[in-house]
Design a protein around this ligand. Structure first.
Ligand code: FEO
Length: 168
């Protein structure tokens, strides 16, 4: 590309590597939620299936936000290789608990990139990541409140529990 037209890279190179890892993490989360949606779909758990299909889409959107951010700022976004997706779950509650664990890992990873951006005076990435920090806090809250519903409805039939859960 013409070097005059091509925007100079605004992202610090080490931060860009972390952002590329984050794309992989978001796409892995998307694939994982898709597997969870399938498990729920096969068991006619209507609210949970809708919830996880939507989560799968949202995680892909997160990955794409980072992907376009890197390329729009003169960097090189890498299409990730998503492997080893677990499709085997022991219960609906276990699925939501795995979802929460996944979200906590993503939050930690976002914080790590945020700190690296701050250390390297990479202001553009720092500002960009603020949206993700808010989003992660909301996602963790959603999973925690769903797990609370399981605690309240312990011993109830699975479909009845599912009917009390948010659709998406
Ligand atoms: Fe994009 Fe919920 O991690």
């Amino acid at each position: 590309m013409n070097t005059i037209v091509r925007k100079q890279m605004a992202i610090h190179p080490e931060v860009m590597d972390l952002l590329n890892n984050q794309i992989e993490m978001e796409m892995t989360a998307s694939a994982s939620y898709l597997a969870m949606a399938s498990w729920c779909d096969q068991r006619e758990l209507l609210n949970s299936k809708a919830f996880f299909y939507k989560q799968a889409e949202e995680e892909r959107e997160h990955a794409m936000k980072i992907f376009t951010f890197i390329n729009d700022n003169g960097g090189a976004a890498i299409s990730p290789d998503v492997k080893n997706v677990n499709n085997d779950f022991e219960s609906l509650r276990a699925i939501y608990e795995m979802g929460l664990e996944q979200e906590i890992s993503v939050t930690k990873s976002i914080f790590k990139i945020f700190k690296a951006a701050r250390k390297e005076d990479d202001f553009i990435t720092e500002v960009f990541l603020q949206w993700f920090i808010t989003e992660q806090s909301e996602e963790e809250d959603t999973f925690r409140s769903i797990i609370d519903i399981f605690d309240l409805m312990e011993g109830m039939p699975l479909k009845m529990v599912d009917e009390r859960l948010p659709k998406a």
